[in-house]
Design a protein around this ligand. Structure first.
Ligand SMILES: NC(=O)C1=CN([C@@H]2O[C@H](COP(=O)(O)OP(=O)(O)OC[C@H]3O[C@@H](n4cnc5c(N)ncnc54)[C@H](OP(=O)(O)O)[C@@H]3O)[C@@H](O)[C@H]2O)C=CC1
Ligand SMILES: C[C@H]1O[C@H](OP(=O)(O)OP(=O)(O)OC[C@H]2O[C@@H](n3cnc4c(=O)[nH]c(N)nc43)[C@H](O)[C@@H]2O)[C@@H](O)[C@@H](O)C1=O
Length: 308
């Protein structure tokens, strides 16, 4: 990507899109195109066609999506499938029609089979059944990978797909029910500290393992791969390290400074038992994460406090 190139970041107000925007601005890009969902509903085929025909971006980061935690995925199953298929189909197809030089599609580690061997290698895609709570979202993300590969094969489009692990960071979603575990627990421990509540309830058994990457690290990786990677298929983006939900809760509890007890609500779903990324392909490309979990949670908590 040349510094003067016109770059469209779809989803620039979200956690990931805003981190990519900061990264590109920091690198000196000054021709960045953005639209909020109120200005441009990416599910709408005609609106997206008109936008691409008018703006003709050179490069596209596809970081707009219907996103949420385990309960949101399981509750809004139709929206997670429909919205995500519409958004990505419209952007990928109109990028092709308007000669976009390169596009990055963001998927998720939930595309891998629920019981795949660990760590998750890119080649495990489509080798088994998906986790039921996020199957609609995962099916949409798998379709996005296959769209990029099909447009590369038939039309020669340089569209690449990256699969981030679970993310957290600035501008995260702190909704009590619909968010991911890390922001949900920052909020719950903070509110329990404020109200001197005797206990905090963690969903599920606490035994599932998850890997977490700070969104600004993800943005660094996306920028790096946009400059250096031009292949079909997918690339995992993560740290290669994971932690149980119980240990994550204990870490957040300590950082927030809450002193009560932990309770576990086994009526809430655990989801996939483990989804540790194999990051050897990413490391062989020359990229490694910088922000470790404890430091990242402290930064996210400061961001949460600053927006109260
Ligand atoms: N968060 C995570 O843990 C992970 C996220 N990812 C992927 O990273 C990408 C970004 O996620 P994240 O930043 O967390 O999500 P956010 O929910 O923070 O942001 C999503 C953005 O998408 C935009 N958007 C949603 N629907 C529409 C629509 N119909 N039309 C236009 N814009 C729309 C929103 O725009 P607006 O603000 O203007 O409404 C929003 O800014 C997604 O592809 C997601 O699947 C992958 C792995 C983990
Ligand atoms: C990024 C990823 O995000 C989703 O999958 P997930 O990894 O299961 O994400 P999660 O962060 O919601 O939960 C992780 C674990 O944590 C437990 N947990 C405890 N207490 C809370 C809690 O309070 N909130 C949430 N959300 N989870 C909690 C929860 O029960 C689960 O065992 C996908 O649907 C899919 O969209 C996707 O790609």
């Amino acid at each position: 990507m040349e510094k003067g190139a016109k770059v469209y970041i779809a989803g620039h107000r979200g956690m990931v899109g805003s981190a990519i925007l900061r990264k590109l601005q920091g690198e000196g890009f000054d021709n960045i195109v953005t639209r909020t969902s109120a200005e441009l509903d990416l599910r709408n085929q005609q609106q997206v066609a008109d936008f691409f025909a008018a703006e003709k971006p050179d490069y596209v980061f596809l970081a707009a999506a219907k996103v949420g935690g385990i309960v949101a995925n399981n509750t809004y199953r139709a929206e997670f499938l429909y919205d995500n298929l519409q958004i990505q189909n419209n952007i990928i197809h109109n990028s092709y029609l308007n000669g976009v030089k390169k596009l990055m599609f963001l998927g998720s580690s939930c595309i891998y089979p629920k019981m795949a061997p660990q760590p998750l290698k890119e080649e495990y895609l489509l080798t088994g059944l998906l986790e039921p709570t996020n199957e609609p979202y995962a099916i949409a993300k798998i379709a996005g990978i296959k769209m990029c590969d099909a447009y590369r094969a038939q039309y020669g489009c340089n569209y690449i797909s990256v699969m981030p692990t679970n993310l957290y960071g600035y501008n995260d979603n702190y909704h009590p029910q619909n968010s991911h575990v890390l922001p949900a627990l920052i909020r719950r421990f903070h509110e329990a500290k404020d109200s001197a509540a005797p206990s905090v309830t963690i969903w599920g058994t606490g035994s599932p393992m998850r890997e977490f990457l700070f969104a600004d690290d993800l943005a660094e990786a996306c920028y790096y791969l946009m400059q250096n990677y031009n292949e079909e298929g997918l690339v995992n983006i993560g740290t290669g390290e994971d932690i149980t939900i119980k240990d994550l809760a204990l870490l957040i509890k300590r950082i927030v400074g809450y002193e009560g007890e932990l309770l576990f609500d086994a009526t809430k779903p655990d989801g996939t038992p483990r989804k540790l990324m194999d990051v050897s392909k990413l490391h062989s490309q020359g990229w490694h994460h910088k922000i470790e979990l404890e430091e990242g949670i402290a930064l996210a908590y400061q961001d949460f406090l600053s927006k109260l």
